[in-house]
Design a protein around this ligand. Structure first.
Ligand code: SF4
Length: 702
């Protein structure tokens, strides 16, 4: 395989799964992608993981939606009850004309009768930058409010809040590949071997060259095998542990005073705050010895250059913003931002969550993180959009929109490429909210769990059928190109949103996706010097300083984009997880992903290879815990929290603490999010997916 004579065509694009953004070559035969190989993109240099290499065949799965669908009048009550192999019990096929007419009239009716805010939208981190831009514009211009969000709310919203607050920008300050120049790196609350596998290969190479790797995680994640220090701290004790490490740096005078003086503010307050967090006092709370806390502090502070990588183990807590504030403070006090081998890098989840956030798919920011509360910002957008009315009030976030739908205040939703019936916390509550809507329009490639609740379903395109741009975790903007055509009558998402906008009366005239990109450049400084023409042959990192600059991988070497020009120290206090284990729910549940399955599983569970490797819903417990409870690995167990209950197969895993259970959230038959706690971080509004009190029971055979 791989000889071009075997194929009809070859197209370059970008992997549709994680934020690493691996460049791929797609080999096509008889209208189908048959083979995928990694090519020389700056993020992957030819490498791919199992998802990128073998997970592509979902695009040709027989469950693909090929025609618009309208809920039958005699359909059973809305619920998670549609067979994806036979939709006819609930939906009837319709023409695009009928479905779009019904969708547009339904949206306009809600707007006229109940006001613009009665309609909300969830866009997608799986779509292109242009599609994300159009989607937020559709809600803002069409309904005159900012109730538009996407799954960044569920992954790195707290990281973005802390980064914007303290360094002035929500993106990473250095690419993950810049680890090549580091002496030391911290990987905390992340499991890159499974979730960012190609990035993990660069981390492993770094350790081979003698770089010191410090891994911090309540689970013994795979990177521990390569680590010089493994800190398997108690779940929820991140702030105590990080403050203790910084306390040592202060007490032992290991901080970089020259850097602090030149580039930061609020240092004295931070220093004073840290004095209470001695390693001795914090050791028992975080479960790490004072000696190891001191050793780690010295290793990081004494290195010439250090990087910090984090994942959702940091962000998905009610103290997620405080966790990120600690990591930012640690980098700043040691002078580790803005020079080679240094930097702050939240490893972004979805393939285009960076780009969708940049494009304004958030309720508080217009494109380029420009505040919706600033009238001067709006006047720029109004000029470009030919807009008159607008709302300068922050909109509602994902979980707030769901709550308002549940309460009946939001009556209509347009959901493009997201599956909140599986991905939202307390999923049964979210499902009830969607069932309660007067009008739910879902645009997707499969009948997702969310589409089960839809009134109108619009068949859309997979990434390998699309034209546009995406931005990866490194801030690298790359072109995606269609290797194959969408099946049946399915269409590219951007063209569907444009037609719907025209049908609700917006003056949109786009005829090509490149026109959308050109419009984005008018209000997004981050795209300066990045042109559609350049992107035909280049990957460009933003910011790009001139027309031939491939872009700046490392930023903020000469100051920060904050009003003072300085980065800020925000002291972080300890906030306990929202619900503590008790006698009824004595263990701690945490959730996440597995190597073979992507998010809610709608794509990877329809990929033959990936599904064959990991076919069944499973959770992991420590072998001693299983033994104590009389449970054999492979047996079914019941997990119950205050929200609900699931039955799931137990696996034995020594990497899990004895009082924890890890549950992947890809499996509808044992949906982890039926159990999760919807309590949110007050700043980033991100739910606490990483901590819930849970009861674990052996299921007694009848
Ligand atoms: Fe795709 Fe991420 Fe794997 Fe690269 S590392 S092939 S982007 S899933």
């Amino acid at each position: 395989i791989g000889d071009m004579a075997d194929f009809d065509s070859e197209t370059e694009s970008v992997c549709p799964f994680c934020g690493v953004g691996c460049k791929v070559s797609l080999k096509v035969k008889d209208g189908k992608v048959k083979y995928v190989e990694g090519i020389n993109g700056p993020a992957n240099e030819g490498r791919l993981c199992v998802k990128g290499r073998f997970g592509f065949d979902y695009i040709h799965h027989p469950h693909r939606l090929t025609k618009p669908l309208i809920r039958r009048e005699d359909a059973p009550a809305k619920g998670l009850n549609v067979d994806p192999g036979d939709l006819s019990t609930h939906f009837r096929e319709a023409s695009w004309e009928e479905a779009m007419d019904m969708a547009a009239k339904g949206l306009v009716k809600l707007r006229d009768e109940h006001g613009g805010p009665s309609v909300a939208g969830f866009g997608s981190a799986k779509c292109t930058n242009e599609e994300a831009y159009l989607f937020q514009k559709f809600i803002r211009q069409g309904f005159k409010h900012n109730n538009v969000d996407h799954c960044t709310r569920l992954c790195h919203a707290s990281s973005v809040f802390a980064l914007v607050e303290n360094v002035g920008s929500g993106g990473v300050t250095a690419a993950f590949n810049d680890i090549k120049d580091a002496d030391v790196a911290i990987v905390i609350g992340a499991n890159p071997i499974e979730n960012h596998p190609v990035a993990a290969t660069y981390f492993k190479q770094f350790t081979k060259r003698g770089g010191k790797l410090i891994v911090m995680d309540p689970r013994g994640v795979g990177m521990r095998r390569f680590a010089d220090e493994m800190l398997q701290f108690r779940p929820g004790a991140d702030v105590s542990m990080l403050n203790a490490i910084m306390n040592v740096i202060v007490e032992e005078g290991l901080y970089d005073q020259a850097y602090i003086d030149q580039f930061t503010e609020n240092w004295e307050a931070e220093k004073q705050h840290l004095s209470q967090f001695t390693p001795e006092a914090m050791s028992e709370i975080c479960g790490i010895s004072a000696e190891q806390l001191r050793r780690v502090a010295r290793t990081f502070a004494n290195a010439k250059a250090g990087m910090i990588f984090w994942g959702m183990g940091v962000s998905q807590h009610i103290h997620g913003t405080d966790n990120s504030r600690c990591l930012i403070s640690l980098a700043l006090m040691t002078g580790n931002v803005g020079k080679p081998g240094s930097g702050l890098h939240p490893l972004r989840g979805q393939n285009n969550v960076q780009g969708a956030s940049d494009a304004g798919l958030m309720p508080m920011f217009l494109p380029d993180y420009q505040s919706v509360e600033n009238d001067d910002v709006w006047s720029k957008f109004n000029d470009v959009w030919d807009n008159e009315d607008y709302s300068n009030k922050k909109g509602l976030t994902v979980t707030e929109i769901v709550d308002q739908a549940y309460a009946g205040n939001i009556k209509g939703m347009y959901i493009l490429g997201e599956n909140p019936a599986m991905s939202d916390p307390d999923a049964e509550h979210a499902r009830d909210a969607f069932a309660n809507l007067d009008l739910l329009i879902v645009q997707d490639i499969f009948l997702t769990e969310t589409a089960n609740y839809a009134d109108i379903i619009l068949p859309a395109s997979a990434l390998y059928e699309k034209n546009g741009t995406v931005s990866n975790t490194n801030r690298q903007v790359q072109r995606v190109r269609p290797a194959v055509t969408p099946p049946g009558e399915a269409r590219e998402d951007w063209s569907v949103t444009v037609e719907l906008a025209q049908r609700i009366g917006l003056p949109w005239t786009y005829t090509d996706v490149s026109e959308v990109f050109a419009e984005m450049k008018l209000t997004m400084k981050s795209l300066n010097n990045i042109t559609w023409d350049r992107l035909k042959s280049e990957t460009i990192t933003y910011p790009s300083l001139h027309e031939t600059d491939p872009g700046q991988s490392i930023v903020f070497g000469d100051g920060f984009p904050r009003p003072s020009g300085r980065a800020h120290f925000t002291p972080a206090s300890v906030i306990a997880p929202d619900e503590a284990p008790d006698t009824e729910y004595p263990m701690i549940m945490t959730t996440g992903r597995q190597l073979e399955h992507w998010h809610t599983g709608s794509m990877t569970r329809r990929s033959k290879v990936l599904d064959a490797v990991e076919p069944e819903a499973n959770c992991s417990l420590h072998p001693r815990t299983l033994k104590l409870m009389g449970i054999e690995p492979g047996e079914m167990i019941r997990l119950t929290t205050r929200r609900g209950s699931i039955d799931i197969m137990a696996r034995s895993d020594r990497a899990i603490a004895e009082d924890m259970v890890f549950v992947p959230f890809a499996y509808v038959e044992a949906a982890a999010n039926v159990l999760t706690n919807p309590a949110i971080d007050p700043y980033g509004k991100i739910p606490e997916f990483k901590f819930a009190a849970v009861k674990v029971e052996k299921i007694q055979s009848q």
